[in-house]
Design a binder for this molecule. Structure first.
Ligand SMILES: CC(C)(COP(=O)(O)OP(=O)(O)OC[C@H]1O[C@@H](n2cnc3c(N)ncnc32)[C@H](O)[C@@H]1OP(=O)(O)O)[C@@H](O)C(=O)NCCC(=O)NCCS
Length: 441
């Protein structure tokens, strides 16, 4: 099929004018001018240096990336566009995407317009389900998610318009936003369909255009929700995991791939391949496994003494306590606090949640006494699995897919901004160990 035919038919299917696009179009010229002026006036100013320890240590702490969507502060945790995350927990996830892209929350009209735009784009094409069904039955849900996203790449408006030569550099962001909206709109349907296919939950449930984006995800998963609290949990989960600066593996991978002008499908697919790693997005399933082990070991909620001893036994045998510690944070993660508050309100009698609650009271002191972890407090993963488990979502290998639907907002907003600002291809200089040794002589 010639590219232009597809693009025309795609544009015929949905409105390519959104209030979000209009807001960005109004902001972008001034932002571009500001950055150009900053680099022109202060381009030579040194803002960070790199030690050999950092060179071999994952570049921790090296200030070498720009990310205007969010910031993680050691004592305050995640801040989205100037708003501490604990002030955003009542927002709809769609609002968060608008906030990440533009720097402010949407008006009522802008929210409705974004929900309309997402609903118009939400249906996952049938060929994606053919791909899903062709994958091995024991495929990891994350590999299914990445395969589904990459299968949709041929629909990229950016890729088609770029190949057709119809895009000016200044307008790259418009086609990228178009792809971002389509991909984001389809993420809940794709992710929910993966849950139902992979774990034998029955037929796929279609998007309900009367519900908003996050509520649709809860709806399409098909978990019974008479109280509406599962929907509330999914909305909270989507808000809390939406973004986490630019240097984490998924955001950095997405930005690097995107900087080659690979489209949003390739870029997010790359980012999510990173999120699938056990040191990144897979950690949340390990946290729940740890809590369930405690429950099974003690056949219920242990006493304080039993739990403290269990933790020491784990530490003394060389294990970490999952859900505790953080590379940047030096306080209780406010995202943990939000989940903890939710659990105290919705399922205080659930024994898995009670173990999470007890760990929160006791583990920081154990880790402080051990004296190794720089941050003895819980991170976001310490409690979320127990809440999902409470609602019957016990398939822990699926949890990173939930994380992915949320984090797509951060990756896509960062990508749109990078295209709008015309950031160049990412290409840091690498050096060889012999060179490093020579510097030490
Ligand atoms: C999150 C994590 C990977 C951060 O790593 P980090 O930045 O290297 O952490 P620190 O600088 O505090 O590590 C210093 C020491 O404390 C140990 N430590 C950190 N968190 C620990 C924990 N939860 N339990 C036991 N030991 C811990 C580290 O293993 C390290 O030990 P070492 O010196 O023997 O290598 C780490 O805290 C961890 O492994 N936590 C448990 C897993 C987890 O919750 N992952 C989800 C992250 S969102």
């Amino acid at each position: 099929m010639p590219s232009t035919t597809y693009v025309q038919s795609h544009k015929g299917a949905v409105s390519n004018t959104t209030m979000l696009k209009d807001v960005l179009a109004a902001q972008i010229p001034a932002l571009r001018a500001e950055i150009k002026e900053l680099v022109k006036a202060h381009g030579e100013k040194v803002i960070s240096e790199v030690t050999i320890a950092q060179l071999y240590g994952g570049m921790r702490g090296v200030k070498a990336l720009i990310c205007d969507t969010s910031l993680v502060e050691p004592d305050r945790g995640l801040i989205l566009r100037g708003h501490p995350i604990n002030e955003l927990t009542q927002c709809l996830p769609d609002d968060i995407f608008f906030l990440l892209c533009t720097g402010r929350l949407p008006s009522t009209a802008e929210r409705a317009d974004l929900q309309r735009a997402l609903a118009e784009r939400a249906d996952v094409p049938d060929y994606v389900w053919d791909v899903m069904r062709a994958l091995p039955a024991d495929s990891h849900p994350m590999s299914m998610l990445v395969a589904g996203i990459i299968a949709m790449q041929h629909e990229s408006v950016f890729a088609h318009e770029y190949a057709a030569g119809t895009l000016s550099t200044d307008d790259y962001w418009i086609a990228t936003l178009e792809d971002a909206l389509t991909l984001l709109a389809r993420m809940p349907g794709l992710a929910a369909g993966i849950y139902r296919l992979r774990f034998g939950k029955g037929d796929l449930i279609p998007y309900d255009k009367k519900r908003q984006w996050g509520a649709n995800y809860a709806h399409m998963l098909g978990i019974p929700d008479p109280s509406g609290e599962f929907t509330n949990l999914i909305n909270l989960y989507l808000v809390l995991h939406s973004d986490h600066e630019g240097g984490n593996v998924s955001a950095f991978s997405c930005a690097t791939v995107g900087s080659a002008l690979s489209d949003a499908y390739y870029s997010v697919g790359a980012g999510l391949s990173g999120l699938a790693g056990p040191l990144h997005g897979l950690a949340n399933q390990e946290c729940l496994a740890f809590v369930l082990d405690i429950r099974d070991h003690f056949k219920g909620v242990p006493s304080d003494e039993q739990l403290v001893q269990y933790a020491w036994d784990k530490l003394n045998s060389g294990h970490v306590i999952p859900g505790y510690g953080h590379a940047v944070l030096r306080a209780t993660d406010p995202r943990f606090t939000a989940f903890h508050e939710f659990g105290k309100r919705v399922c205080p009698g659930d024994e898995v949640f009670q173990i999470v609650d007890k760990m929160f009271r006791l583990i920081p002191d154990v880790l402080k006494k051990q004296g190794k972890a720089k941050n003895p407090y819980p991170n976001v993963d310490a409690g979320s699995g127990a809440l999902l488990h409470h609602f019957g979502m016990t398939e822990v290998s699926y949890y990173t897919v939930l994380f992915s639907v949320s984090r797509a907002m951060g990756m896509l907003s960062q990508l749109v901004i990078a295209r709008a600002m015309g950031y160049p291809i990412i290409r840091p200089k690498s050096v060889q160990t012999d060179w490093v040794k020579a510097q030490c002589k």
